[in-house]
Write a protein that binds this ligand. Structure first.
Ligand code: PEP
Ligand code: MN
Length: 355
């Protein structure tokens, strides 16, 4: 990372960028009101940094040792406009500030009526952002794959319902992009692009999604460590898109754990991620638990852990849902979750703002 003098000229900044490119690397330029900071994207381990400190207009060159340099806390200390805790602006809703953010909606969009009824319910319960899957990640090819699997026309129709529901109930919308071919279509209709747990490692998808310059809801793979999670999030940042909301959604349980919950919710990752990066992190208790009777407690625990919000699956009649009915709660139950979480937030917020 190259920190320019506050008086550095445009010419001097360009010379540094040229030098970075000469080494085959990309430059991540952040121009603040006070100074410009330039991140090196690529393998800079063999480049002598003294080479940069000798250039006119350069104040300092710092090597950041983590694989997630652009997203590291250290980096944010020098970047103007990036505080140690960033608020990601997602369709008018700030994620990562003092206010909790609740994302809710069906697992899968099944019909216009189903989506609109649920959207109305979650809005009334206090949700801020609407979720709904069109392209579903499913473990079995024989189960419902979402309306997106029925063809491009059906996919586009379902996406347009999400768009309309978002407008009608005044909530930004988020849906998952499961493959590269879906990115352009999905980005036309939604405010936030979701990368599912199974795609956490999909570099080509990450790069393509990042280029849309929309906020990305990025889920941790159930077998990935925190370092890997952040290292792959860096693929999004390396495209110049730092509007990333991280999401913890549970890791593979040990022993016979699967009998009791779908995954093990790794809540210690929340404060750990917040120590490592300036990005906001939310929790998905629905896919972690897999059972509705666990949602209330795990939601409270997630907020107590310092999470900036939750993403929860909701249905007016969970028994009717084609996907994940077992883990869905009703809009009334969502309201109870939100009320309890708001009370817990009041307890943890002062400590968070101290650190
Ligand atoms: C989802 O949120 O719809 C989903 C499939 O979650 P995950 O990718 O975490 O399994
Ligand atoms: Mn689901």
């Amino acid at each position: 990372m190259i920190i320019m003098e506050s008086k550095a000229t445009q010419e001097q900044i360009e010379q540094v960028i040229k030098e970075i490119r000469r080494y085959g690397l990309k430059a991540d330029v952040s121009k603040g009101a006070y100074r410009t900071v330039i991140g090196l994207v690529g393998d800079e381990s063999t480049i002598p940094f003294t080479h940069f400190t000798d250039l006119p207009g350069v104040k300092e060159a710092i090597r950041i040792e983590t694989p997630y340099k652009l997203l590291s806390k250290e980096y944010s200390k020098f970047y103007e406009g990036i505080s140690e805790r960033t608020i990601v602006e997602a369709g008018g809703i700030g994620v990562g500030g003092d206010e909790l953010v609740f994302i809710a909606g069906p697992c899968a969009v099944e019909s216009k009526q189903q989506l609109f009824t649920i959207a109305e319910g979650v809005k009334r319960a206090g949700a801020h952002i609407l979720r709904g899957g069109v392209f579903k990640a499913r473990s079995s090819v024989h189960s419902f794959q979402g309306l997106g699997a029925e063809g491009w026309e059906e996919a586009e129709e379902a996406l347009s319902w999400l768009y309309e529901a978002g407008k009608k109930f005044e909530m930004p919308v988020v849906t998952e992009v499961r493959g590269e071919s879906q990115v352009d279509l999905v980005a036309k209709y939604v405010d936030i692009l979701q990368i599912g747990a199974r795609n956490m490692y999909n570099q080509d998808l990450l790069t393509k999604v990042a280029k849309k310059n929309k906020p990305v809801l990025y889920k941790r793979h159930f077998g990935a460590g925190v370092e890997e999670f952040l290292s792959f999030a860096e693929y999004i940042a390396a495209e110049g898109n730092k509007n990333i909301i991280l999401c913890e959604r549970g890791i593979v349980p040990i022993g016979k754990g699967k009998q009791y919950s779908r995954y093990t919710l790794d809540l210690i990752s929340i404060p750990v991620i917040q120590q490592e990066t300036y990005l906001p992190v939310i929790v998905d208790p629905s896919h972690a638990a897999g059972r509705r009777e666990l949602i209330f407690n795990m939601s409270c625990a997630a907020i107590a852990s310092g999470a900036s919000g939750l993403i929860i699956e909701v249905h007016y009649n969970p028994a009717e849902a084609l996907v994940d009915g077992r883990q869905m709660i009703t809009p009334d139950e969502l309201k109870d979750v939100i009320d309890a979480c708001q009370r817990i937030r009041k307890v943890v917020l002062p400590k968070r703002n101290e650190s």
